[in-house]
Design a protein around this ligand. Sequence first.
Ligand SMILES: Nc1nc2c(ncn2[C@@H]2O[C@H](COP(=O)(O)OP(=O)(O)O)[C@@H](O)[C@H]2O)c(=O)[nH]1
Ligand SMILES: [Mg+2]
Length: 459
Amino acid sequence: MSRTYFDRSAPIAALATPEGRSALAVIRTSGEKAIALVARCFSRPQALLSAEGYRAVHGWIFDPHLQERLDEVVALVFRAPHSFTGENAVEIMCHGSPAVVQRILDVLYAQGFAPALKGEFSFRAFTGGKTDLVRAEAINELAQASCEAARQDALLRLTGALSRTLEEIRSLIVAVLADIEARLDYPEEEGPDEMAHWVQSIQRAQDELSDLIRSYPGGRLRQEGVLVVIAGRPNAGKSSLFNLLVREERAIVSPEPGTTRDWLESWVSIGDFAVRLVDTAGLRNSGNAVEAEGVRRSHALLDRADMILYLVDGTVGLDDEDRTFVERHPGALLLWNKSDLPQCMPAPQGWTAVSAKDVHSFGGFESMLKDHLSTYVQKTQSVGQYEAQVRIASERQEHLLRQAYEALSQAMEAQAAGAGLDLVALHIRESAEYIGEVTGDIAPDEVLERIFSTFCLGK
Ligand SMILES: Nc1nc2c(ncn2[C@@H]2O[C@H](COP(=O)(O)OP(=O)(O)O)[C@@H](O)[C@H]2O)c(=O)[nH]1
Ligand SMILES: [Mg+2]
């Protein structure tokens, strides 16, 4: 039977650095017996067993069964509760080859460590009370930050700024709830002013929730990068432009239309932002099944794109397919390609002449793209009355905050319609519970499993 996150009795181990070759790799372990178990395959067991927390101990990892040395390492000792998970832990810094790492992991498993599940270290930190859910998610967001802006946002959430904001909103709501419940218990002490005061508090809570909800598109954009999709008819020069932007011959360029049948993607930095650049297959309908699938995927990506670069071969000009596309995607950046060729026609109004073959004109194109991107990103970020300091980037959080907001609206509506106070209280309590779910104060087990299983291995 496979282990679950809730099996906290098992000592766990996992590689915390990427697989592959590197100078050093870090293998992480955690569990009440972690230090004793590592000591069984460590050349200086006493040094490890007697080490204080935060001490680095030099030695060898060996295979006790074969009596064979595996690698020279530095073992970092953490003593409960002063560790990331709150449990005893040893982090082993070994040499970074897959062969070394695999042998060490095998030996650790043989001593009784279980392979850690994705996010299990963070899960233990959460259930051990070392962090709330918002901060645990921020750790993962920080580990996956694709650019400087994402790092800044995740760090702010990690330091508790979002948790504090949520706590303030929740306190506002809970205070109103307590008042209403007192009034339900002692109806004779009614005061007419009280209602106005509650309404004010609920409105304030809604305003703050609304700011957070509105920060989501910008936060997501910063966290996940900007999705830029290159589209156009076959042979327009999409793959050539893609290669130019990623500065690599990634996509196959060919005069044969329909060469790119699947989409290709690559990360590039444009300005301060991480861009997920996608080269799509042509958009024409085709009888060929593989090509048709490529076309279907292209459309799916276009629906999600933050920005579309639409290319036309300037030596061929516009056709109905191009016109339909432009009508459907009014925000697309329209590029009139192959301007280096003498037979290229003048770019029509609204189109920018470019050449995917002329590296000299490329600088100008790239800076135009940069401007376009930064306008887009700014527009997405500055929704809301103020430039939100604390942003959310998680769909889960956004969804729950929306529900919390909705529940408060229902409470206000019930109050305005003269419904009983018990009904008003019911909606307000619901709202407080949604916020509790964001921070993890109230979170069903399967929700927790789902969240942590999206984390990196060894995190
Ligand atoms: N002269 C010139 N040829 C280009 C330019 N862009 C693409 N091509 C050529 O047009 C053909 C199709 O290009 P490709 O990038 O494969 O187009 P795709 O089908 O849209 O991906 C290839 O032969 C390219 O070398 C350009 O700006 N100038
Ligand atoms: Mg192509």
